[in-house]
Design a protein around this ligand. Structure first.
Ligand SMILES: *[C@@H]1O[C@H](CO)[C@@H](O)[C@H](O)[C@H]1NC(C)=O
Ligand SMILES: [Zn+2]
Length: 289
């Protein structure tokens, strides 16, 4: 196919523009109110995180979450990246081929797992979960990000209210843990290898997504419709938050505090302040199969 010169030039300009767009404005957690200037959606009315309340949530949500391929080992190794905002793991396919998926709960459709990352506090006992439950903040919050399979990629999914589903698993620090989480410990022990921003390391152990859920009680959760908690704050996320925390030693959680931002400052308290519920409904599912 032969393109006429002006059209070719136009397409080249378009390509250059798209590359430029990928170097999005910088942001950090010092002044989250400033995110709105560069990312207007952060000022929207369906933002996350929020406080989840036992008394005002609707306790009638029946469907359980269904997990598929969560026990299947990933094919190939995981890469843990310090991207300057969090420690992020992009998930490959499983040895069986398909990615782990979730259905049920507040979801309509099938959502496949894309990545896992963490939000944490600071040395000296500052807690760092994003969601709170009855005003209570946990030490760490794990986010397992899934994409609706009807959309081709995460960028496209972010443009739709039903685009993404995130599972939130809470962690609290305890002095003497009663349970050992081998998969999570492998991830925590890899953190010192990504102290500097924009570095990564390979996790050679064979893990499955179940390792990131630990033994959390997945029958109990809060669910609501909200947003990404980082810019561009797209209102595309159906949240399922498990309120019963995993209990893990301080020694393991302290490894997060060694990570640094792109400017070299410590990466501490990388959680967004609570957002207004506005006219949204929070659903609660309790126990049962
Ligand atoms: C990991 O780091 C290497 C070396 O800096 C880089 O080439 C590669 O693209 C990085 N991978 C990811 C997934 O960030
Ligand atoms: Zn997150």
């Amino acid at each position: 196919m032969v393109l006429r010169k002006p059209l070719l030039l136009f397409l080249q300009l378009l390509a250059a523009r798209q590359i430029a767009d990928q170097s999005a404005p910088q942001w950090d957690y010092r002044d989250t109110n400033r995110w709105i200037a560069d990312y207007p959606t952060c000022g929207g009315s369906q933002q996350s995180p929020i406080n989840l309340d036992h008394y005002t949530s609707i306790g009638s949500l029946k469907p359980a979450l269904k997990f598929r391929n969560y026990a299947q080992p990933f094919a190939g190794r995981l890469t843990l990246v310090n991207n300057g905002h969090t420690a992020d793991i992009v998930l490959p396919e499983t040895v069986r081929g398909p990615r782990p998926t979730i259905t049920g709960g507040l979801l309509d459709g099938v959502y496949e797992a894309q990545s896992v990352h963490f939000h944490w506090g600071a040395p000296g006992g500052a807690r760092g979960s994003e969601h709170t439950v009855n005003g209570y903040r946990y030490d760490v919050e794990i986010h397992i990000v899934h994409k609706n399979m009807k959309y081709g990629n995460a960028q496209e999914a972010m443009q739709h209210p039903d685009g993404l589903a995130v599972l939130a698993v809470m962690i609290n620090i305890v002095d003497i843990p009663q349970t050992y989480y081998p998969g999570l410990n492998i991830v925590f022990n890899s953190l010192p290898r990504v102290r500097a921003a924009n570095t990564n390391t390979t996790i050679i152990n064979q893990l499955s997504l179940n390792h990131f859920l630990g033994d959390v009680d997945t029958r109990n959760f809060f669910a609501y419709r909200g947003s990404l908690t980082t810019p561009p704050c797209s209102e595309a996320v159906t949240w399922h938050v498990f309120p019963r925390p995993l209990l893990i030693s301080r020694e393991m959680i302290q490894r997060f505090f060694e990570l640094r931002q792109t400017n070299g400052a410590p990466l501490w308290n990388n959680y967004r302040p609570l957002q207004a519920l506005n006219r949204r409904q929070v659903y609660r599912r309790k126990g049962g199969i």
